[in-house]
Each structure stands twice: as C-alpha cells, then as structure tokens.
Design a protein around this ligand. Sequence first.
Ligand SMILES: C[S@@+](CC[C@H](N)C(=O)[O-])C[C@H]1O[C@@H](n2cnc3c(N)ncnc32)[C@H](O)[C@@H]1O
Length: 324
Amino acid sequence: MDIQLINPYNNLPFTLQNDALVDTNDQKFLKKNGAFRLVKDDNYTQNFGFQWNKFTQTQIDRFSVQSSQSKNRFFAVTQWDKEDLSGKNVLEVGSGAGRFSQVVLDETKANLFSVDYSNAVEANFKNNGHHSEERFHLFQASIYDLPFAPQTFDKVFCFGVLQHTPDVKKSVESLVKMVKPGGELVVDFYPIRGWWTKIHAKYIFRPWTKKIPNEKLLKRIEKNASWMINTSQFFNKIGIGKLTNRFIPICDIKNTLPKNLNKTQLREWVILDTFDMFSPEYDQPQRIETVRQWFEEFGLKVTFANTVTFDGNNVVSAVKGIRE
Ligand SMILES: C[S@@+](CC[C@H](N)C(=O)[O-])C[C@H]1O[C@@H](n2cnc3c(N)ncnc32)[C@H](O)[C@@H]1O
C-alpha cells in the first residue's frame, strides 16, 4: 500500500510484519478477522458493534434486490466520478457494516481504507472481505487517533458518523488532517433545523434507552415493532403523520427507508433503525453552517454546504471541501 501507516499514539511509522502493524519501538497491533485492531471493543461505540454484527447484511445494497440506497446516497452526496476514482486512495471513517465500503469497492477501482471504532469492522469484513488486500484495508481505530500520516488521502468521506462522536468539531479537524493537497473531504450528518428538532421521541427517550443493555433494548423494540409500524403507517395514510409520528418511538418509515421493501424487510429495517436511534451514547445533530465554518477554520475551501435529497424524500445535510 502506498499510504504511510503510523502509530497514532506516538507518530512512529508502522511496518507490516506477519499480519501485524509494528512501529519502530516494537509496539504491535494485530490483525484479527480482517481488521487491524488499534483499540479495544469496550468503548462508547459497543452498541454499534452489536448492531452491525446483528444486522450485517440488512442495509447492504448487494443483498437487497429492492434497494440501491447506499449507492444513490454515496454518489448524490459526493458527486464523485467513478472513473476519476480509479487508483485513488479513499479513506472512509465510521464504516459500520460497510454499506458505503461496498459501493466504493464494487462501483469504482479506488483503494479503500475503512475505519470504525467498534467491532463492526467484523461485519464489514464479512460483507467486503472478498476484495483483494491491495484494494481494501480495514482498521478498528478512532477518528481521533487515525493510523495514517497526515495529508495523504485523495478523498475522505464520513457518512452518518459525526453526530455520534463526543466532540464533533474535533472529529471534523481529524478528518481534514487526512486530506492531501488537491484532495477532498465530504461529510454527511443529521441536521438540526430548529428548537423543534429535539421535540422528538428519539431525544426524549434516549437518555434512558441508551443505558438499557443492547439485547434487552433490541428485544423491547422487536416486541413493539408491529403496533408501532401499523400506527405510524395509519397516521401517514390519514395525513397527520408529519405531526404525530415524531412522538411514536420508531424510526421515520416514510422518509428514510427504501420504498419497495416487502413486509419482512420493512420490519427488519425498522428494528435496525429504531435500535440505531435509541442506543448511541452520543447523538448531536449539527447545523450546516457550523460544519461549514469548521471546514474553513481547519483550512479547506468549501465547495458545497447544503442538504442533499436522494431516493425520493430522503434528506441528509452535507458539507464538501477541498484542500487547495
Ligand atoms: C450510524 S453508524 C453509520 C455507519 C455507516 N457509515 C453507515 O452509514 O451505515 C455510525 C458509525 O460511526 C462509528 N463511530 C462512532 N464514533 C467513532 C469514532 N470515534 N471513530 C470511528 N468511528 C466511530 C460507530 O462505531 C458506527 O459504526
């Protein structure tokens, strides 16, 4: 690989020795089940490790004939050209089960470096580990301690992650640091639109639900999924869903899920997205303007800062910048 790997804890260069990253002081980080492990599983993202290893294939386009949601979102948000990515070094931070890793690996000829703080890297490896070791490199590491020399990547992207980190500004700074001159960074995240954003079942119940053990929380969601789906769909049908559904403790079925899911798939997506809503330690939606200012403060020229719509009415906030 032509990216210089470094030990993020002392900045010494790593060399690859028998499936381990070893620095010049002989500190070693092993590769296990496809990923180099720079951190332990026991951190604030263990809920995501649980979630993505339970729902490994649910959101992966390749396993869902009905949906190319990840591909649509990836290209709508990045506006990157497939051909232009050939041979480029791309960094993905917060890869989860690898829905966007799959898009990069299957749709382009880029080399991909994917990082997640949780053991979701194992789910990603199950989904994408068939790609060659020359093209796909997987790390369990934190956005705050990335094992790469600064300013080395042609493209960096981070989707659906920033709001789940403890210090969002510092997360943006870490990402910016990875972009090489002429390179680009794209992030997407939950928006905050106004005071009413947080008048929502998610923000009302999360302080309590995030403390419930993962298995128990999942069981509760599974037990209640049917009536919540029916109620929320009924309110949508009679036209009052926009007003009422924010108080039903379930994900937004109308606006965020792929359209053509059958009943079983719909239930699976709802359970996953509802768990994703209630389990994270951090959930800090951001204003586009704030993230735009951070990009500039850390030295990128902002080329896009707005909402992006894909797959009908699915909307994310996105900011894109270039290091000149
Ligand atoms: C909502 S999931 C999104 C995963 C994937 N990008 C997707 O859209 O399917 C957020 C991911 O961010 C990861 N994450 C949170 N904090 C992180 C950190 N400090 N460093 C790296 N990844 C982190 C979590 O482990 C989780 O897999």
